[in-house]
Ligand binder design. Structure first.
Ligand code: FES
Length: 169
């Protein structure tokens, strides 16, 4: 077991302790673990299972049921391309393709440097801005495929800088 894993498990212990090791709060604990590590590491789930007495099968069921959870490492910046009807009509598929080419990943995948994860998502509720993309906490409207390269470069520069997800790049 490497030191990183030891430290990570200490953080999992702290999260589980914050929720009183109560299995009724398994989802909340998993949200905190996911927030911390950007995914649910297997070792972390095993530790949760051990400390709360929750069956691993139940934790896996929760992890796979909720789309917000990931069992694989996710990128620092989540790129979500809306593929809802309004965005689709205005070229969302081309935007999603362009991100895929630029990042060299398919939807659902994460770049090798763990900077970006790409996904297509349902209507984000702001159809008048179509096509809509979110990059981290930023919601961007009227994104066409010709803007994708510049956006990726801009966000790549600011990745790793807390609070600077492309906002002032
Ligand atoms: S369809 Fe894209 S925001 Fe509604």
């Amino acid at each position: 077991m490497s030191c990183d894993v030891c430290e990570d498990l200490q953080e999992v212990d702290a999260i589980v302790d914050r929720w009183g090791r109560n299995p009724e709060f398994a989802i909340e604990m998993m949200q905190d673990v996911q927030d911390r590590f950007r995914y649910l590491p297997r070792a972390g789930l095993e530790r949760m299972s051990e400390l709360t007495g929750t069956d691993m099968g139940r934790l896996y069921h929760i992890a796979t049921f909720f789309k917000a959870f990931s069992l694989k490492p996710r990128g620092e910046i989540e790129v979500q391309v809306c593929t809802g009807t309004a965005c689709h009509v205005r070229g969302a598929a081309r935007v999603l393709d362009a991100f895929g080419r630029e990042l060299d990943v398919k939807p659902g995948e994460t770049t090798g440097d763990l900077k970006f994860s790409l996904s297509g998502v349902r209507c984000l509720g702001c159809c008048s801005l179509a096509p809509v993309v979110t990059m981290g906490a930023d919601l961007l409207g009227d994104v066409d495929s010709s803007k994708v390269r510049r956006l990726v470069e801009k966000y790549r520069r600011t990745a790793g800088t807390p609070g600077k997800e492309g906002a002032d790049a």
